[in-house]
Design a protein around this ligand. Structure first.
Ligand code: 6PG
Length: 253
């Protein structure tokens, strides 16, 4: 049975601290001798969380037991300002004692179709299978103002249903090629955490979290873990258009 929780924070700082503390607690609970897999979100929102993790947990967790993947990547060199890997490298990887072998980068310079196939094989080879589908322990997701998540955009929402673990997507405005994981593996995760901040996301949040059966379907609306847990973590700016009925069900921190 899947479980959905909405947590609203009075500031981005409180959200970053809580998210990092929450993730570390979950990881330590599950880390009984096993490897732990996390798929990182790209974009700018998670930066503060990665920085807080690096500043406060670099020596408080056995990073050697953690395998870090990416939910998506822009098809650019890893030193490109657009690279999700570059952002994670600078905010997190340089400050924690994780071995390179445990960081599974999407190669933004490889021809996209080839890289999508390669990365799908990497995921298959490094994760346990549940329902015959690789299972991440945690997937961190961001939310675009158009309702996209990972790099599945509304214009290509059918990619969410792809039978492939990874697909090649294109940004609807810039045309930038992306590699993205798809819905079947997202919804097979043990824990999915959306992290959303800022007033500019308040409208899409209210469209997705209110009457999600009646409203227009967005890629992010399709994220419904089969057996896992879904947690929406947002700041009060992003939550400002949520109606009182929904807000009554939220945890306010
Ligand atoms: C990406 C992300 C994408 C992102 C949203 C929100 O590669 O861009 O995976 O899904 O999370 O676009 O981005 P911001 O956090 O920058 O608003």
């Amino acid at each position: 049975m899947n479980k959905k929780t909405i947590k609203i924070f009075s500031s981005i700082e409180k959200l970053a601290i809580h998210s990092a503390d929450f993730l570390i607690k979950r990881i330590n609970q599950d880390l009984s001798g096993k490897q732990y897999s996390i798929a990182l979100s790209g974009g700018s929102t998670p930066k503060k969380i990665y920085q807080y993790l690096a500043d406060n947990y670099s020596d408080k967790i056995d990073w050697q037991k953690i395998k870090i993947f990416f939910g998506d990547e822009r098809c650019v060199p890893s030193n490109d300002v657009d690279s999700n890997y570059k952002m994670a490298y600078e905010t997190l990887f340089t400050k924690i004692s994780i071995i390179d072998e445990n960081i599974f980068k999407i190669n933004g310079e490889t021809p996209p179709i080839e890289e999508a196939a390669r990365y799908g094989k990497i995921i298959k080879a490094n994760l346990p299978k549940i329902n015959d589908i690789p299972q991440f322990d945690v997937i961190l997701l961001g939310l675009g103002g158009d309702g996209h998540t990972t790099s599945i955009f509304p214009e290509q929402i059918e990619k969410f249903y792809s039978p492939n673990i990874c697909e090649v997507a294109s940004h609807p405005i810039t045309g930038q090629k992306r590699i993205t994981i798809t819905g079947e593996i997202i919804n097979n995760a043990k824990l999915i955490v959306f992290i959303v901040t800022g007033e500019e996301k308040s409208k899409i949040i209210s469209e997705i979290l209110v009457n999600d059966n009646e409203k227009k379907t967005f890629p992010a609306s399709l994220v419904k873990p089969k057996n896992g847990e879904l947690i929406w973590m947002m700041d009060s700016d992003a939550a400002q258009l949520l109606d009182s009925q929904i807000k009554e069900t939220c945890i306010i921190l």
